[in-house]
Design a protein around this ligand. Structure first.
Ligand SMILES: [Fe+2]
Ligand SMILES: [Fe+2]
Length: 165
């Protein structure tokens, strides 16, 4: 059997598997990007409707979290475009309105938890497909883990503002 024949038999399925995996990850990361678009505008909109005594620290914190979400968008766009050869989504997930500070904090806490749950699924998928991502694995793993850690920090901060342990 010639070397090229062996090469075809052994390499072709790996290449196909790798592109299939990349496509699946692009789809997941695009959903994550749309969640980040929604989180960004939701935090900024909610920051504008907070008022009353001692509202300033809450407004400031909501805006700081929004800027973290903007950084997450950039991270996901880079992973999708530069590392997985996909096109970053311009879509946005559903946003939620809230009227009181309590509602704002609760709605965003719920969304942060949902984001962590979904990003953990992405992290698991990346780990499962390590062998198919020889030139992307560490970067993907590192960045998605970093975003999850930020969201966990947001959860801790929102819980603190809500007076929850
Ligand atoms: Fe985020
Ligand atoms: Fe967040």
């Amino acid at each position: 059997m010639s070397f090229s024949k062996v090469l075809n038999i052994t390499c072709l399925p790996i290449i196909n598997m790798s592109s299939k995996v990349k496509e699946e990850l692009v789809n997941m990361l695009n959903k994550a990007l749309e969640l980040e678009h929604a989180a960004y505008v939701q935090y900024l909109s909610h920051a504008e409707i907070v008022d009353g005594l001692n509202c300033e620290p809450i407004i400031e914190r909501l805006k700081e979290i929004a800027s973290d979400e903007a950084k997450h968008q950039e991270i996901f766009r880079t992973l999708i475009g530069d590392y997985l050869g996909g096109v970053p989504s311009m879509g946005i997930a559903e946003t939620k309105s809230a009227k009181t500070i309590q509602e704002i904090l609760e709605v965003n806490l719920e969304d942060e938890k949902a984001a962590v749950d979904f990003y953990v699924q992405i992290l698991k998928k990346i780990a499962q497909e390590k062998e198919n991502l020889p030139y992307e694995y560490l970067k993907l793993e590192h960045e998605v883990r970093h975003v999850i850690m930020d969201e966990q920090e947001h959860i801790a901060e929102l819980k603190k503002l809500l007076g929850l342990k």
